[in-house]
Ligand binder design. Structure first.
Ligand SMILES: [Mg+2]
Length: 489
């Protein structure tokens, strides 16, 4: 197992993320090292080990956890607090600590502790009332970063989630590298740090992130699980609270190894059939639970409000082409395929029409999405003089690309177009999104760097695009292409 360099502040690694707070991209992250000291003979993670598989092969589950989340957000917004003990908690007489900076933890302060006790332990700390709306906003953006990596995101709290990155490995690299990308992106976008555990199961990934805190990354190789797990105290096991801990202590069981080695019948006699079996399984590193994404109905799409109403079908089809391209890139970026294509047409009088069609095979190919969108547009039967103020393309019924990969391989043309569009993704990633576009769009306006990925069944924020009249370039930070190293990472 290896650990990424801790103590790296929210430095901005060039090209780790688009500077417009976009999703994680496959750009190199020179600032992040995932190599470290080999532990118990295990090769370093994040690269091929000498003569063997990478340490993170088979480690498809990430647990990402913000470090001292509320306190970190407060310190970010008040930089003069950096390095001081900071405690966030309700300042009312019976309030409890919600978060404590690591400087405060050094005094024994921890969350859920009464604030009065925290004051006694660390009177010099800065006490701050929580600003929940700010934490919720940061959380939303952090979760969006996760969902730009994979649709398989299971949030556990505002500041932590499990990710199954199986479908993102081909696009973004091995799991340890994906973890490093996420850390760099969040540091750059949010100015706070997080820790990442990379493992073959949820249980071990969560333990690994805890062990890498703060500001670290820890890979527990699939064949290194027991070496990592067995020396830990029994409290490391999911389900061991105070009461169970007392029972285990009475049995003389102190480490996870002790639990692994005692007959399961003994555990079950003392703790009940279910809990006994559960702890025995965990003690051997057995945890089959999949990552369950909390928002089963997801969609990815894009829409455009015209500066003035449009009645030219040619212009509308060109817009559908552009939006289909953005939507397909969003799908590929999320490692997802969509079963259903939806178009939205809003007339000048604000009447909104949506039409949808479910495809025979799920897709992430712009050409397929565009053809479907055009068919839906034609079939909508709009009056030839109908004036549109907005058009949108959305895809839903998302499935992880990894799960559908074999089906696609047997398709006819789609696989070829898919490869072609993926090649364009790579070129766009290197030189900026405008470099390669369908010929029909060469005279149109430049595209957004990335479509926004939405976790709900809603379109991209229309107000953003509405501000931009056709023909005027999308806002783009000027240094973006210059900051991206011209090579694959
Ligand atoms: Mg946390």
């Amino acid at each position: 197992m290896t650990r990424g360099g801790p103590g790296r502040g929210p430095a901005v690694p060039d090209g780790a993320a688009s500077p417009d707070r976009g999703p994680v991209t496959g750009e190199p992250v020179p600032g992040e090292s995932v190599t470290g000291e080999p532990v118990s003979g295990k090769p370093a993670a994040g690269g091929a080990a000498a003569g063997g598989a990478a340490a993170d092969s088979g480690c498809r589950i990430l647990h990402v956890d913000m470090d001292a989340f509320y306190a970190s957000v407060e310190i970010r917004d008040r930089p003069e607090l950096a390095g001081r003990p900071v405690i966030v908690g309700a300042t009312a007489s019976r309030g409890v600590v919600l978060a404590a900076s690591y400087e405060a933890r050094a005094f024994g302060v921890h969350s859920a502790m009464p604030v009065t006790r925290a004051r006694r332990l660390c009177p010099q700390a800065v006490f701050i009332s929580p600003r929940h709306h700010v934490y919720a906003a940061v959380s939303k953006e952090v979760m969006e970063v996760f969902r730009s990596v994979t649709p398989e995101v299971e949030p556990l709290a505002l500041d932590e989630a499990f990710l199954d990155v199986s479908g993102a490995i081909r696009r973004l690299g091995p799991p340890a590298r994906i973890g490093a990308l996420i850390r760099a992106t969040i540091a750059e976008q949010q100015g706070i740090t997080c820790s990442v555990g990379v493992a073959s199961s949820k249980f071990i990934a969560k333990l690994a992130s805890t062990h890498s805190k703060p500001d670290g990354l820890l890979v527990v190789p699939a064949d290194g699980v027991l070496a990592f797990l067995h020396p830990l105290p029994v409290a490391a096991l999911w389900g061991v609270g105070e009461q169970t801990g007392q029972v285990l202590a009475r049995l003389g069981l102190r480490t996870v190894r002790d639990i692994a080695e005692i007959p399961v019948g003994t555990l079950q006699r003392e703790l009940g059939l279910s809990l006994g079996a559960h702890l025995a399984a965990l003690a051997w590193g057995r945890d089959e639970r999949p990552v369950v994404s909390s928002t089963p109905e997801k969609s990815i799409g894009a829409e455009e409000t015209f500066a003035s109403d449009i009645d030219d079908p040619e212009v509308i089809r060109r817009e559908l082409l552009r939006l289909s391209g953005r939507t397909a890139r969003g799908l590929r970026s999320a490692g997802a395929l969509a079963r259903t294509v939806v178009i939205k047409l809003r007339l000048a009088n604000f009447t909104t029409i949506t039409r949808s069609r479910t495809l025979p095979e799920p897709t992430d190919v712009a050409r397929t999405i565009y053809a479907t969108a055009c068919a839906l547009y034609s079939a909508a039967g709009l009056d030839s003089r109908a004036r549109l103020r907005l058009v949108g393309v959305r895809t839903s019924g998302l499935v992880p690309a990894s799960r559908a990969a074999t089906q696609l391989a047997f398709g006819e043309r789609p696989a070829g177009w898919r490869d072609a569009e993926r090649a364009l993704d790579r070129i766009s990633g290197r030189f900026g999104t405008d470099t390669v576009r369908p010929a029909a769009l060469v005279t149109g306006q430049p595209d957004e760097p990335f479509p926004r990925l939405s976790a709900g069944s809603h379109f991209q924020a229309p107000d953003e695009s509405a501000r931009r009249p056709p023909g005027e370039p999308a806002r783009r930070p000027p240094a973006e292409s210059a900051r991206r190293p011209p090579r694959e990472g």
